[in-house]
Ligand binder design. Structure first.
Ligand SMILES: Cc1ncc(COP(=O)(O)O)c(C=O)c1O
Length: 383
């Protein structure tokens, strides 16, 4: 027997619900609407571009913060999309948004610091806080409105609060925060002199002609926020693990100190390919592309016994199954795989302490064919 003694930094961590649900979905040959990634290919143009740069010998380390081509393409995209001027010293290309979030947390959270997360929360936030010695504090949102009560939120803040994490548009709730909400967040961040991570990986997945509001557009937030993005989510390339972070020069300098010694730099041919592809304004078609999928799914859900309010952003749709069953969501999700062969994610897994609500998350980043099949199965619950 090995005689090694050490204390785990993440003793509570077990296999993720996403892997568990997918394993069971495979076992029952169910339609997998649980994991948050597309089951279709990215644009072939993008794939060809990576080949082009690989064949052209662009296969060695990129500069630490990113290739000049990609930094420039991001600056132009933000100018075109939001009318904002971003400087190169505010940018760093990362291995997906997950790395950007982890790096930002590592850069600023010290042992004893408190970090407020809004539950339901994306699963990487709290382990990253704990690994860096911080204490996650959860503010739980509740159905049906999921509105933030800012007085209750403030009651969680104190001199130890170092960081607030917001995800907008929100996975799994499918909501987009208003300017008023973001302004309140900024006021509190200023009052308690703390920093913010604004996780905006679904910035282009907003529907019904809404405009996503970034922390970069809120005066009280723009200089105290790390804003994180994912090319994986934007261009259907989650497996490439490509993203970036924007922050004020002061925060970005600290961010890069960690980035330099953990990742150093990110995939060169992928950066060059994405830079060229961004220049083709490829992101502009995304809202319509995903809205069509949301609407297709909604046509079926409206005929099913699920209660639904159409998602306003992200590629996730929440469904309330309280008219079908009173089981807890983890059990009901399992039951759904076995009864109709559709895998979803129970929303309670995104909470520290889940309120009593009966909600599942469905990912609609799937081919129309698969959405039709899943939709038919969900309608069959009426029988
Ligand atoms: C809210 C949120 N943030 C971050 C990420 C991670 O993005 P990436 O795949 O670029 O690391 C995800 C992926 O599901 C997400 O849903």
């Amino acid at each position: 027997m090995l005689n090694i003694s050490f204390e785990s930094k993440l003793p509570q961590t077990e296999k993720s619900i996403f892997s568990k649900m997918s394993a069971i979905a495979n076992e029952y040959k169910a339609i997998n609407l649980s994991q948050g990634f597309p089951n279709f290919d990215p644009d072939f143009t993008l794939i060809e571009l990576v080949h082009k740069y690989m064949k052209a010998g662009k296969n060695q380390y990129a500069p630490m913060a990113g290739t000049p081509e990609l930094l420039q393409a991001i600056k132009l995209k933000i100018k075109a999309h939001r009318g904002l001027e971003i400087h190169e010293d505010q940018l760093c290309i990362t291995a997906g948004a997950t790395q950007a979030i982890y790096t930002a947390i590592s850069a600023v959270v010290k042992p004893g610091d408190e970090v407020i997360c809004i539950d339901p929360a994306y699963d990487s936030y709290k382990p990253a806080i704990i690994t860096n010695g911080g204490q996650p504090i959860s503010y739980g949102l509740e159905a049906p409105s999921f509105k933030i009560d800012w007085d209750k939120f403030e009651a969680l803040m104190n001199a130890k609060t170092k960081l607030l994490i917001l995800n907008n548009p929100h996975n799994p709730l499918g909501i987009c925060y208003s300017k008023e909400d973001l302004t309140r967040l900024g006021q509190l961040a200023e009052k308690y002199d703390c920093l913010v991570i604004s996780d905006e990986v679904y910035e282009h997945l907003v529907f019904d002609d809404q405009k996503h509001i970034s922390a970069l557009e809120i005066p009280s937030l723009k200089d105290r926020s790390f804003v994180t993005y994912s090319f994986g989510k934007t261009f259907h390339i989650t497996g490439w693990k490509m993203g970036y972070c924007i922050a004020s020069p002061l925060l970005m300098e600290e961010f890069k100190k960690i980035h330099q010694f953990t990742v150093f730099s990110v995939n060169t041919p992928a950066q060059l390919a994405i830079a060229e592809y961004l220049g083709m304004n490829s992101w502009k078609t995304l809202p319509a592309f995903f809205q069509q999928k949301r609407d297709l799914l909604m046509q079926y859900l409206d005929q099913s016994p699920f209660q639904v309010k159409a998602s306003a952003g992200t590629y996730f749709q929440l469904v309330d199954y309280s008219a079908i069953s009173q089981q807890v969501d983890t059990e009901f999700a399992m039951e759904l795989i076995k009864s109709i062969g559709v895998a979803t994610i129970p929303v309670s897994v995104f909470y520290d302490q889940a309120p009593k609500q009966q909600l599942l998350r469905i990912c609609f980043a799937k081919t129309d064919e698969l959405l039709h099949q899943a939709g038919e199965r969900m309608i069959s619950l009426n029988n």
